[in-house]
Ligand binder design. Sequence first.
Ligand SMILES: CC(C)(COP(=O)(O)OP(=O)(O)OC[C@H]1O[C@@H](n2cnc3c(N)ncnc32)[C@H](O)[C@@H]1OP(=O)(O)O)[C@@H](O)C(=O)NCCC(=O)NCCS
Length: 182
Amino acid sequence: MTGLGPVPWPPAPIRTQRLLLRESEARDRTAFIELFASPDVHTYLGGPRARDELERAVPEVPGRRPGVFVVDAGGAMVGTVSLDRRDAERPGHVLPDAGEAELGYLLLPGAWGRGYAAEACTAVLDWFARVLPDEPVVLCTQTANARSMRLAQRLGFTEVERFEEFGAEQWFGVRSAATVSG
Ligand SMILES: CC(C)(COP(=O)(O)OP(=O)(O)OC[C@H]1O[C@@H](n2cnc3c(N)ncnc32)[C@H](O)[C@@H]1OP(=O)(O)O)[C@@H](O)C(=O)NCCC(=O)NCCS
């Protein structure tokens, strides 16, 4: 993964109806460790990392790079939404030179089932459509990850192809540059 490219970063924090999307801060470190150590969050993402290893390895301010938004609900981090450039070596592309903007989302299990991921991703996709209006956004998720599959469809991603990677069937979809929620 490389940087997002020529986008102003960090943008002003984005407010939605219930959430604030902002750059990470030192006070988010515990929530980042929770996120990386959670078996539920990593069921379809290769498994969690050991908490003691994370305590040593996670920097003072984790997730500080262009494209990573902390999802803040009521003053506390409940997850992240990110946009990264998709590696050319991986399967799944819609642009001739690869490097597509790829959406990722991770919420702490306590925040599932409230529509937070959809609300946060919609706002991030709208931000991206304003700063790089001609670019599609891609998304890759295991077909077994039912919550993620429902979210992808709710966000307006459509299937490009399915393939095997990391020992599982992956769903690869795209949201065209013209899809802006308003
Ligand atoms: C994928 C993930 C972000 C989805 O989270 P989620 O909370 O299910 O997704 P949404 O924000 O779209 O919430 C939708 C659910 O909230 C419910 N909901 C409750 N109140 C709501 C409200 N006010 N507005 C909208 N939806 C609401 C919806 O009915 C829906 O429930 P359903 O899926 O049972 O039908 C989450 O499961 C996760 O973090 N998983 C682990 C990480 C992962 O696998 N990421 C994929 C990487 S590619």
